[in-house]
Write a protein that binds this ligand. Structure first.
Ligand code: NDP
Length: 545
């Protein structure tokens, strides 16, 4: 196995090499897809689309259920690959990626047909004129999926399954940090028996993603940062390609004094440190009611002290490595800023060899060139005017601030450009719901944190700069189809009153239409009948010479 230091420059140019962030050791390599090849991939995808869209829901379901079997047969192998390439703990790869996506797969396999069944729509008084309306859902075509590296398996795979069930074909550009997982996803669909090119993987860094956008797929599902989301939206606009953007978060957790503090502390630790804090819905700000702040902070620190950090491939490790030097630099910068602003580092606050020794985990293996472990860090005395309370950290930090009243908690939570998820902790469910509905976020949990992306049945997406559009649930499936309105006139014997030519009688009819028919009231509309007859007669008589 080669490490970062021993890769020859020529290999780097054509190959994308993936490294284990815990060890610096190579996980695998793949040839980069050139921009021309990306265009060819999209063209092939469109060709396959014309056949795939005609397959029955039963056939799509059969194949998706087979893809589940392929995953189930190799849960440990897939989890090991996720752990090796992303740095997250092996167990977490199963709990937070494989299990939720298996559930999503069975849900959409079993329910997409029902959700996309042509639907009759009530059209009010138009029905009295013998008209009916039905909505038919058509697939959009080629769906380009550009995910981030943090949930490299479940996010692209889940979106691909939804797209396929709706009758689309798929091109995925995995993150350059997790290319081997991208290939694994392609392999799963292929082993399940999906037609060749129904799901294609293109490999490379940002420029490969840009080439995919430029190749004008029919929809783009993007997951990543606000900055890249803006670039993609601008590039997609050139072809009017619609884009769903799943972007960053700075998710608040509000803990009231009547909450179960033991549970809240455990949830805060998991919510902040799961995937080394690299979840879009991580707890990034904790607001606790002043009267219980000390007690909650103490409990959180105690629980944090118990955590073992090390290579994600070990089963007894709770916190793995971060994904990249770039990411750990942001964490260091934010923690330093908290320190400079006068907040108190309760535990952690540095890269973590010391933490690893203290918890008897292994030293980095031979050949490892980097230390991407950052200690889980709890910070008290944070306030919203500190920069890292506003910018997404995306690392294992848990800053704690206090509030006095419900109104103040809501104001502090909403004081952010982001609005992805939030949580409210209280034993009073009426208060919990009242507060939740005032939080500007796409998902708000009461006495829960972080995991709702794992519920494929419910819509996922952000308010404010956390995104545009939705994935998951009925709303997410609707992003992957185009509704077509089929309108029928079942008694097509007479011309419509609003047809040409316009005349003074026509104008008077329109006036009365506006006052009666447009009221939605059958009784009021009966007053229109004499004028309507006059107008129809006029139309039947034809133009006067
Ligand atoms: P980036 O925005 O850097 O990258 C996201 C994806 O876009 C990657 O595949 C990346 O490729 C690709 N990309 C980069 N530049 C371009 C470009 N110009 N055109 C097309 N594609 C491009 O995000 P990160 O990977 O750093 O992910 C972290 C962010 O993702 C966080 O803000 C996090 O909150 C957010 N996120 C949001 C989720 C949600 O559901 N709302 C879920 C998960 C993460 P490459 O990696 O190869 O450079």
């Amino acid at each position: 196995m080669k490490t970062v230091a021993t890769i020859a420059p020529t290999e780097q140019e054509t190959d994308l090499i993936s490294y284990n962030p815990a060890t610096g050791v190579e996980v695998g390599r793949v040839k980069k897809t050139t921009p021309d090849e990306v265009h060819a991939v999209v063209t092939r995808s469109r060709e396959v689309f014309h056949r795939w869209k005609t397959t029955s829901f039963a056939e799509r379901k059969r194949l998706v259920m087979l893809a589940r079997e392929v995953i189930l047969a190799d849960i440990d192998g897939i989890a090991k690959l996720i752990a090796a390439e992303s740095g997250k703990p092996f167990g977490e790869a199963i709990a937070m990626e494989i299990a939720p996506v298996l559930d999503l797969m069975q849900y959409f396999a079993r329910n997409a047909e029902k959700m996309l069944r042509p639907a009759k729509i009530g059209i009010g008084l138009y029905a009295l004129l013998g008209r009916t309306s039905k909505i038919v859902y058509h697939p959009v075509g080629v769906v380009g999926i550009i995910p981030a590296w943090n949930y490299p398996f479940s996010i692209p795979l889940g979106e691909a399954v939804m797209a396929l069930m709706a009758g689309n074909t798929v091109v995925i550009k995995p993150s350059e940090l997790t290319p081997m997982i991208g290939l694994k996803i392609g392999e799963i669909f292929s082993k399940a028996g999906f037609p060749a090119d129904a799901v294609q993987i293109v490999s490379g860094a940002g420029e490969t993603g840009a080439a995919l956008v430029e190749a004008a797929p029919d929809k783009i599902m993007f997951t990543g940062s606000v900055a890249t989301g803006k670039k993609i939206a601008a590039a997609a606009a050139k072809n009017l390609t619609p884009v769903v953007l799943e972007l960053g978060g700075k998710d608040p957790m509000i803990v009231f004094e009547d909450a179960n503090l033991e549970l809240a502390a455990g949830a805060a630790v998991w919510g902040a440190f799961c995937n080394a804090g690299q979840s879009c819905s991580s707890v990034e700000r904790l607001y606790v009611q002043e009267s219980v702040a000390e007690e909650l902070t103490r409990k959180i620190v105690e629980k944090t002290r118990e955590l073992k950090q090390g290579s994600g491939e070990r089963e007894d490790v709770s916190i793995g490595a971060m994904s990249s030097e770039r990411q750990i630099n942001i964490v260091e910068d934010h923690v330093n800023d908290f320190r400079d602003c006068g907040a108190k580092i309760e535990i952690g606050g540095a890269r973590s060899p010391a933490f690893r020794r203290q918890n008897a985990c292994e030293e980095p293996p031979e050949g490892g060139t980097q230390n991407l472990f950052y200690e889980p860090t709890v910070i008290s005395g944070a306030t919203n005017d500190m920069r890292p309370m506003q910018e997404e950290t995306f690392g294992p930090t848990l800053p704690i601030a206090t509030f006095k009243t419900e109104e103040e908690a809501i104001r502090l939570a909403n004081d952010s450009e982001f609005g992805l998820t939030a949580s409210v902790w209280t034993r009073d469910y009426t208060k919990g719901r009242r507060v939740a509905e005032q939080i500007e976020a796409g998902s708000v949990c009461i006495n829960e944190v972080l995991y709702t992306h794992g519920i494929g049945q419910t819509p996922w997406g952000g308010f404010k700069n956390s995104g545009r559009g939705r994935t998951h649930g009925r709303e997410g499936l609707m992003e992957l189809v185009q509704p077509q309105h089929i309108h029928v006139n079942r008694i097509a014997l007479l011309p419509d009153a609003w047809w040409m030519p316009y005349t003074p009688t026509a104008v008077e009819t329109f006036r009365k239409l506006a006052r009666t028919f447009a009221s939605g009231s059958v009784i009021r509309t009966t007053a229109l009948l004499p004028q309507l007859l006059l107008r129809i007669k006029e139309l039947l008589r034809g133009p006067r010479r």
